[in-house]
Design a protein around this ligand. Structure first.
Ligand SMILES: [Fe+2]
Length: 363
């Protein structure tokens, strides 16, 4: 294709992504994929950096992640306009700046090409982890994001803090892990630039969950809730669990969606096995937080459900008086968000991709 034809093709593709305010569209969300070098970068099997555990984990990750990307490409629908990672896209470690940069670049390319969607991501604690990791992350992420559609605006401070508008919604990405990045102030500053009601939804993407982190982070939630016309959304990960928390306060509504797209071989989490089915193991609803346990088929899920049954009021005191619903499922997977004036519907898709998805609403 000639350079002129390539440019026209890119312009046409860019126009196809643009949306009017209030238009219905979809976003794909995943978090904590922890891709290793072998998963993205064709390194030799005898690379001295890689242990047997690394190889096992990376091979399993590659197998699952490829299947997930194919599933997304086949099921995203015509309205999908972006794919988002909530951090820990790559595992990071002691590979050095060059390998770190290639791993990240290959992960980005794999996701954007594999799904055909613009890809946006925030910094998890692993993405910039290790010698040269922070420099590699900053360089690769900044160069890639600057070329993305939707007019990405970077904050002036250090770190990958940025925002853009899409379909009348404001997306704010907060870099929690870059040093000297005053990420909360940056997020608040971006939200405060909006007039109340200017945006339909304000969607904040940051690695750790914000609703259980005390007064400081709740400032972001309150700002998003009162500024967005229909509600604020927090997209996060970090804990390697799948949760939906729905809050209603006098300031407005805000919901948090936490996802786990974990890998086999990482034993830090009880549910870190992509072959697990995604099953509801407990849900807490309404003011009284009556807990319902459904289909706790695995021993771990039963133990977790029984333990949590006794702790309903603790959950409420932890998350505050405005918690209306707490929903959690085991397993690993990704979410598709269908965003419209009528609300946001979340389809949770398990790592067993042929399994029927779980559908919930955020608003
Ligand atoms: Fe993680």
């Amino acid at each position: 294709m000639s350079p002129m034809k390539t440019m026209l093709f890119m312009l046409a593709a860019g126009c196809a992504l643009l949306l009017s305010a209030g238009e219905k569209y979809s976003a794909i969300y995943f978090s904590d994929s922890h891709l290793g070098p072998e998963s993205c970068y064709n390194m030799s099997k005898d690379n001295p950096f890689r242990t047997k555990k690394d190889i096992k984990r990376d091979d399993a990750t590659r197998e699952y992640f490829n299947a997930m990307l194919k599933h997304i490409a086949d099921h995203k629908g015509d309205n999908a306009k972006l794919i988002i990672s909530g951090g820990d896209l790559i595992e990071g470690g002691t590979y050095g700046e060059e390998v770190h940069a290639k791993t990240l670049q290959n992960a980005i390319d794999r996701i954007s090409r594999g799904t055909g969607l613009p890809f946006f991501f925030t910094n998890g604690n692993h993405d910039a982890w290790g010698v040269g990791g922070a420099a590699a992350f900053d360089k690769v992420a900044r160069a890639y994001l600057a070329k993305q559609p939707y007019a990405v605006t970077f904050a002036k401070d250090k770190g990958i803090n940025y925002s853009f508008e899409l379909g009348g919604d404001l997306y704010v990405f907060g870099d929690f892990f870059t040093k000297k990045s005053h990420w909360i102030e940056t997020i608040l500053e971006r939200i405060s630039q909006a007039k109340p009601g200017q945006y339909r939804y304000i969607i904040v993407v940051t690695h750790p969950g914000m609703l259980g982190c005390g007064k400081t982070t709740r400032r972001v939630v309150e700002a998003a809730a009162k500024t967005a016309a229909k509600g604020g959304v927090i997209l996060c990960g970090h804990s390697h669990r799948n949760k939906i928390l729905k809050f209603e306060s006098p300031l407005g509504k805000v919901s948090e969606l936490m996802m786990a797209t974990m890998v086999l071989g990482n034993t830090r989490d009880a549910f870190a096995n992509p072959r697990d089915k995604m099953e509801v193991y407990w849900a807490a609803c309404d003011q009284s937080l009556q807990l319902a346990v459904k289909k706790a088929k695995t021993e771990k899920a039963k133990v977790a459900a029984q333990g949590n049954l006794k702790k309903g009021e603790e959950i409420k005191s932890y998350y505050g008086p405005y918690l209306k619903e707490y929903f959690e499922v085991s397993g690993n997977g990704y979410a598709k968000l269908d965003i419209s004036d009528d609300g946001i519907t979340v389809t949770l898709q398990s790592a067993q991709l042929e399994q029927a998805p779980i559908v919930k609403t955020l608003f």
